[in-house]
Design a protein around this ligand. Structure first.
Ligand code: AMP
Length: 213
């Protein structure tokens, strides 16, 4: 099963992708996570990417396309994968189709997580993540058992550097301009399914499962 999760920042793509990964035993490929790891490692990619990420801009297409092309050819992707945060532009989507075509593969389903801009702002502002295991929490909707500590691994939770109000607004603008047109792109291909991303994580997950069945 090859899936794409679409939706604005804060729609819950990462959370749903992790749940799909557990259920179907296929890797979650998050370009955001790969880029953040490179920033942490302070390698060439990280240095290049951080100047875009810090201000809520997209990292150039050729950089992320290169990453994905390499990643989906790895052996753990043979039975499928979940793309989380890629593609984010029409060019990325076209290159992805091209690469999959060359491999004789197709995307089975594109799930669009629908959420309003107001909801996104409140979700992102209250979000914290575990830098060690990637666990995600929210001060209201999913608080950790012990404040500031990851329930899963005991790591110290941190707020993402780009989850501040100025950068959140920029990321929403970028989403509207560059990423939202992908809905039309995949609608034309006939594999887009929209899911209301409101309610509990579990409620949203059951809607997602209905769409990928
Ligand atoms: P995310 O964790 O998916 O919200 O991504 C965090 C940041 O990483 C974004 O604001 C972009 O700067 C960058 N990024 C992640 N995925 C992509 C992508 N597919 N294309 C361009 N930039 C990306």
């Amino acid at each position: 099963m090859r899936l794409i999760l679409l939706g604005p920042p804060g729609a819950g793509k990462g959370t749903q992708a992790k749940m799909l990964k557990e259920k179907f035993h296929i890797p979650q490929i998050s370009t955001g996570d790969i880029l953040r790891q490179s920033v942490k490692d302070n390698n060439e990619l990280g240095i290049k990417a951080s100047s875009f990420m810090d201000v809520g801009e997209l990292v150039p297409d050729d950089v992320v396309i290169g990453l994905i092309k390499e990643r989906i050819k790895q052996v753990d992707c043979e039975t499928g994968f979940i793309l989380d945060g890629f593609p984010r532009t029409i060019v990325q989507a076209e290159k992805l189709s091209e690469t999959l075509n060359e491999m004789g593969l197709l995307i089975d389903r594109v799930v669009d997580l629908e959420v309003t801009a107001e909801e996104v702002i409140s979700r992102l502002a209250g979000r914290s993540t575990c830098p060690d295991c990637g666990g995600m929490f929210h001060e209201e909707s999913r608080p950790p058992k012990v404040s500031g500590i990851c329930d899963g691994c005991g790591g110290v939770l941190a707020q993402r550097q780009d989850d501040n109000s100025e950068t959140i607004l920029k990321r929403l603008d970028v989403y509207q301009e560059s990423t939202a047109p992908l809905k039309q792109f995949y609608k034309k291909q006939g594999n887009l399914k929209a899911v209301t991303a409101r309610g509990s994580v579990e409620e949203i997950f059951s809607r997602v499962l209905e769409m990928v069945k």
